[in-house]
Design a protein around this ligand. Sequence first.
Ligand code: NOJ
Length: 739
Amino acid sequence: MSSMSNEQRETMPSCEERARELLGRMNLAEKIGQLSQVNCDFHELNEAIRAGGIGSVLNEVNVDRVNELQHVAVNESRLGIPLLIGRDVIHGFKTIFPIPLGQAASWNPELVQQAAAISAAEAASTGVNWTFAPMIDITRDPRWGRIAESLGEDPVLCSQLGSAMVRGFQGAEPAEVGSIAACAKHFAGYGAAEGGLDYNTTNISEHELRNVYLRPFKAALDAGVMTFMAAFNDLNGVPASGNAFLMKQVLRDEWDFDGMVVSDWDSVHQLSVHGYTEGDRDAALAAASAGVDMEMASRTYADHLPSLIEAGAIAEQDIDQMVHNVLVTKFRLGLFENPFTDPQALPPVLDAAYLEVAKRAAVESCVLLKNSEETLPLDRGQVSRIALIGTLANDGYEQLGTWVFDGEALHSQTCLEALQNLTGDEVEVHWAAGLEHPRSYQHGKIPEAVELAANCDAIVVVAGEESILSGEAHCRADIGLPGAQAELIAALAETGKPLILVVMAGRPLTLGNVIDRVDAVLYAWHPGTMGGPAIAELLLGEQSPSGKLPVTFPAHVGQIPIYYAHKNTGRPPSDDSITHIDNIDGGAAQTSLGMSAFHLDTGFRPAFPFGFGLSYADFEYRDIEISANRWRIGDSVEISATVHNRGSRDATEVAQLYVRDLVGSVTRPVRELKGFQRIPLLAGESRRVSFTLTSAELAFFGNNMNSITEPGRFEAWIGGDSTATLGTDFELLAAESAG
Ligand code: NOJ
């Protein structure tokens, strides 16, 4: 807590007033200095800070050095303005949580918030006061490496989890010790990069942008996010970092955002590389005019804003507004009161309580995709020798995933260690690599693994991707299991032993017929520091899986983009459509194909739908009810169903509500998630789950780009995934027709 009493707080001028007062004392060089963010290795950094030339430093996490930089800023520069210290704290700092896509599979906002709060506290103990997270780009393309950092394909799920992250990072009060500023990124449309290729162009119609891509950003803003980051991508012909529609019209004018916007790394300079501006001076003008307050890494503002102002291309009062946005952020963070960091004021990193939350997050992020004949959980009475195969089962680094600057492999608990610890003398756990590394095509180590497996009662193969295969600039065109892992698994299957596949990966993989070869699949993403214990407890039944997919898993890479909330088309496929190229009769008339929207070689279904995830329990949904079949705009309705745990184990189910708007002035998706709840159910227990649906949740952006709610007929379903069949319907009446 900052040391101010409530009384002192009340008599203090507001952050805005303080920013204005300070601004009045600044010269132009100092103003432009506040708009510059440089990396910690910047040439003669102390001198630049002392001269008032730097507003923010990124990537310095040595607390003594951070305190030294703040000392120079606060005590040696003319105006004593503290620094924003930025860092990519994406899914943990020292305690690493599952990658964001994995956290999204928990469908648990409270847990995601807790993980962000811990990440903030650990980072804050080194002096970091600003994270570049959450990344709330909707993505529907698993080839894109940054899907790992995302919260998946759905605007409602992403909005809820992204907001939870904002609340976690920023705490109840951003000026409290242990809270840091969050950053909603990347504004906007970055997740729609063509071909799943990072940095690529995006073309998104304005209503799609507003109905899908912008929604999580609005939610983050409503949750109080203090900063936004402009994206790298070209959006409809205007790169996001120079896009006034996004940053001025939407963010400032429509949404009234009063915090600060930072560019992405070099993205102002890159406006010219895009071919949008000619050289850095032009780029600085475009970015500043479009609403980028602070420039990250490149130096176009420092180099060119003075002459642009001088030439009258930018008004000094526009610069003042940008500086105000930066200063206000610093005041809100309490940096003027508490610029220095005392690491002792916070719990030590990797605190036992933090690790416990990391384990819970990893448990809840795992998704059980297949479990034939209840292969899982492993029964310690029947299984006395486990063959654990794969380097990923025994590699502290690779289980951490992408964007881990500060987490260390040595703190990770691997599957091998955890299974050995958990089973003690009861079960022998034997490990073999199977392959040199997951990308290897060499078969040399396979026979040894198969021999080991043949002498055990069950095989657990941990396969997938190393950390380096996902993340920024790490896209894949083929998203199958890398290397010879499929061959390894096929060879293990030949033993006839129960075969469990645990997947560690930064994206949905197309597992192809590997799924048919194994008895069970547990999708663990990159589970973080505590991945091993989480997976071990799930395998041995100390926990039941409850994760649900936050993104559709394609059956084949060629189906991409494939997502549940697609439009119907004029020719939707059905089960009557011929769904395989092998079944086509060459002489038959074209119409015999069904003439509908599916791929001849893969059909129209994904491998696993959005929202899907099995459990060790068996959940049944029945008796859906709606409180009114006709209701009017402005009202709400309750939609409920019974969820019954028919199984013999206690477990948690994520119940989901989907709605379809049958007719819209702009066509609506075939289904949209409207709510979800985690429901713990004892074996045999039944419960009613009830969702309140307001007419506001049925609003969408129509052709005139205003949010509208249209009367008409709707369908609704409650179930355990996006293919739920337990449905009802209702009619929404115009407000004035009520009565
Ligand atoms: C580039 C990435 O796009 C962005 O997400 C990140 O925060 C910055 N680099 C800073 O590392």
